[in-house]
Design a protein around this ligand. Structure first.
Ligand code: FES
Length: 164
């Protein structure tokens, strides 16, 4: 496995984007982290690095881009008609199996204001303002989200769902 290398890449991403402060602030104070999360989900436009559209040209977080060959999940761990939340290379993703043997993956960053979308009952659900997304396509089914969740192309081999 590539545990240490992956961890280093995650740390590099945090350091490159925000300097050491983002992670240390989150780790340093529980209430501070809670306030940051509330601020991120509150009113106003999405802020810089949380831009779910990926239009700022600063990187791939939230855009659904992922290098090919990254293991996203074991196929057996993804419920049929449901989804599995995973974090790969610092990216929060949802791996879905809308029908048995059919897999998809999407960025878990809500296109409304950047909250983390979670598996719902036969759909994907944002806990902040109840946007709902389709398991198979990432399309918006309801709520204030303006765009579908960015898709991560996947392949399935040897019981693993990987980025393609
Ligand atoms: S952040 Fe508002 S619905 Fe997801």
């Amino acid at each position: 496995m590539d545990g240490p290398d992956r961890e280093e890449r995650i740390v590099e991403r945090y350091v490159d984007r925000d300097g050491p402060t983002r992670r240390s602030v989150l780790a340093g104070t529980g209430s501070g982290a809670a306030l940051l999360l509330l601020a991120a989900c509150g009113g106003g436009a999405p802020s810089g690095t949380g831009d779910p559209s990926g239009t700022e040209g600063e990187g791939d977080e939230g855009s659904g881009a992922m290098p090919p060959g990254e293991v996203l999940a074991r196929a057996d761990d993804v419920p049929v008609g449901g989804a599995l939340s995973v974090t790969v290379g610092g990216a929060q993703l949802l791996v879905t199996q809308p029908e048995e043997g059919t897999f998809a993956a999407f960025s878990a960053i809500c296109t409304h204001q950047g909250c983390t979308v979670a598996p719902g009952d036969g759909e994907l659900l944002c806990p902040c303002h109840a946007s709902r997304y389709d398991l198979a396509t990432g399309a918006v089914l309801g709520g204030p989200a303006p765009e579908p969740l960015p898709e991560v192309p996947v392949a399935v081999a040897s019981g693993e769902v990987t980025s393609a």
